[in-house]
Design a protein around this ligand. Sequence first.
Ligand code: TPP
Length: 326
Amino acid sequence: MPIKRTKFKLTSEQLLEMFGWLKLIRGFDERLSILVRQGKVRSGVYTGIGQEAIVVGTCYGLRKDDYICPLHRDLGTFLMKGVEPGVMMSQMFAKETGLSKGRDSALHSGVSELGIFGNTSMLGANLPVAAGLALTYRMEQTDNVVVAYFGEGASNVGDFHEALNFAGVQRLPIVFICENNQYAYSVPLEKTMAIDDVAVRAEGYGFDGVAINGNDVLAVYQATQGALARARGGDGPTLIECKTYRWHGHSEHDKAFYRTDEELAMWKSRDPIPTFQTYLRARHVLDDDKLKEIEERVARTIDAAVEFAMNAPDPAPEDAASDMYA
Ligand SMILES: Cc1ncc(C[n+]2csc(CCOP(=O)(O)OP(=O)(O)O)c2C)c(N)n1
């Protein structure tokens, strides 16, 4: 059954705020990419350059006590959920001031006070956990929602199907966000799936799935807002498949020789940021002065984050076994 279009209204300030997030998240990843080349980052770096509209469209307007279960490529979701840029950069530098105090690489850390469940290395394994979190919300009788991210590659593993089945049977308050960036590491979509849209998989588990342009931040926002409202109202899960493309390799050490320059150029012409910028200018929400102001603010924020992280202390060896659960 087709999903009804959700009506939404965003003020000029909110639209500009979304634009600022797109710019910050892009800038953060771009700076990390440079820092990797300079040998300054201690973590593996999996940029989401080209995919920012998914992060912003899904996280914008989320409540602090909604939980997100992000992917390895979703550094921006941490920022949008409230992690300070300096802390996030410290995490990439494995510093004492990072989320995990230098104990793990990149994005495996969570922050329960901010509603972030850290990514698990095994693809798809975050999804049953996400369903469990949604079950908790149901048992606690809150109207909070879990937003769980996964790649199209992960939608081929068993955990994905078990999580969707459980969420469908229990009508859990969860929104599944597929970041379909066309490749699972070096493997193109058509070599892993005999269908065109991951979204159709939802039907097999008794709820709606929709495939949308994942490079259109407002389309992502609209679809997410509809899914959140249904989940909060007790109508169960939704799967939103966001079609997109990652510009860099799987990680910064992957040169992505398995794809063509033409393909990359085609997707770069659909860059979510200039597309949104053109829209904002046409609506007279953005002008040259505002653009300059946003760009300067973003540059300052990132510079400060890098400086904070570079000057932060390394973790002390004697603390390696502290903060253990058992
Ligand atoms: C179960 C499992 N198989 C293989 C891997 C190795 N691996 C890590 S990321 C990745 C590709 C993931 O592709 P996708 O799910 O589409 O997400 P993307 O990286 O494209 O955002 C692979 C194969 C893994 N971490 N877990």
